[in-house]
Design a protein around this ligand. Structure first.
Ligand code: FEO
Length: 398
């Protein structure tokens, strides 16, 4: 598939992948590899190892293996580098182009015996003839060795994981798929893969701003050519953790007591101008919770006490979120207990403190067994406070 004259997409569409190390990929994914035919031939990134033979077929359909001069590895994670050993074995004249950190990581993943390395520094360029590859280190977007490759003559940026989506489609471009679906997948991808690396993304955006860009070709999902301004603006917003007036409530419940408290918090939070979303973790995947947390300015998390601690599904969600490090939120812990008052709700509160959530109560809101009217009123008050704070946080951010 030619994406620009003599620039080809040669990747793999993974229609069936549904788990990407814990991230539920409802719409599958793609591993995007590209080939540029010039006086020299370059392959930019590869695919996951199981799809290496398809990648080789795609290369062979365009050029002979001996004609490949460069295999550029922008990122050593195996969803992109897994096909490189097969590529290097087939393309005997090719040099593996990457930065020094990437060389080190590739050497710890694969048998690289016999590879011809071409190690590049940040800002270094490589001529293909009428086109140039300009390398741009983008550390921690997504791994320490992450790099992007820019082709100035084409105004084309190979952005690696950045601007990607886990989105398997027959369309290869952003204007060939429903825009709402695309932005939903881009947001889900950002929240679940990139959220932790917001400051690194800010640096990438600053570097990219120095270049004219007409096309962004990421390593997952569709290529941006029509909505570049929209995805760049969204990345700027997401990476600065710009809050929305939104209260997120998630919880688990055994005998409905914590559920009643969650409902009361939602009732209190439903004021004008604030979006409220509630999820029972039993029926909601952590992928959704991460996406919903990205722009929420307040979170309320509930768990009953189970065996002196919190419910496993709440622990799973909080462990996942703590790792992704959402920023700038206020919140509250709540739930019911029977005989272990220091149990589940305090464990939730510990998580929220570790996530640097600004707590609106010094101690969790607790109910022994079924919540009475007074406790439910306190839940409504907490919900209202979260919503009001949410509005204030958004006003202050403007
Ligand atoms: Fe798609 Fe960080 O690999």
């Amino acid at each position: 598939m030619e994406i620009k004259k003599d620039v080809y997409w040669i990747g793999h569409i993974d229609w069936n992948v549904r788990d990407f190390h814990g991230y539920e990929t409802d719409r599958g994914s793609t591993y995007n590899s590209y080939l540029i035919k010039d006086e020299k031939v370059a392959v930019i990134d590869a695919v996951k190892a199981p799809y290496a033979s398809e990648l080789l077929q795609n290369v062979a359909a365009l050029v002979s293996f001996d004609a490949v001069d460069y295999v550029v590895c922008n990122h050593a994670e195996p969803d992109h580098s897994g096909g490189i050993p097969a590529l290097m074995k087939a393309c005997l004249n090719a040099e593996l182009v990457c930065n020094a950190k990437c060389k080190d990581i590739l050497s710890k993943h694969y048998d690289t015996t016999g590879w011809n390395w071409h190690v590049v520094a940040d800002g270094e360029t490589l001529s293909l003839g009428s086109r140039t590859l300009a390398f741009m280190n983008t550390p921690m977007a997504h791994w320490p060795e992450s790099m992007a490759t820019y082709v100035p003559e084409e105004k084309l940026l190979f952005s690696m994981d950045g601007f990607g989506q886990h989105y398997a489609t027959s369309g290869r471009f952003d204007d060939e798929v429903p825009f709402e679906d695309l932005m939903f997948e881009a947001k889900t991808y950002y929240a679940n893969i990139i959220m932790l690396y917001g400051s690194a993304i800010q640096k990438v955006l600053a570097k990219a701003a120095n270049h004219e860009i007409e096309m962004i070709a990421p390593s997952h999902g569709v290529i941006w050519r029509t909505h570049i301004d929209k995805i760049v603006a969204a990345y700027d917003r997401w990476s600065r953790h710009v809050p929305s007036p939104k209260v997120l409530v998630f919880y688990d419940s055994m005998w409905k007591s914590t559920d009643m408290m969650a409902q009361a918090i939602v009732e209190g939070a439903m004021i004008d101008g604030v979006e409220v979303k509630m999820f029972d973790v039993k029926s909601t995947h952590i992928t959704t919770l991460a996406t919903e947390s990205l722009d929420a300015s307040a979170i309320a998390v509930g768990s009953p006490t189970l065996n002196k601690s919190l419910m496993p599904k709440v622990a799973e969600a909080l462990t996942y979120l703590r790792g992704l490090s959402p920023e700038g939120k206020c919140g509250v812990a709540f739930g019911s207990y029977g005989w272990a008052k220091k149990g589940g709700q305090h464990a939730v509160q510990d998580y929220l403190e570790q996530m640097k959530v600004e707590l609106i109560r010094e101690t969790p809101i607790q109910s022994q067994y079924v919540p009475n009217a007074e406790i439910l009123e306190e839940c409504r008050n907490a919900g209202r406070e979260l919503a009001e704070k949410s509005l204030n946080v958004v006003k202050e951010a403007q």
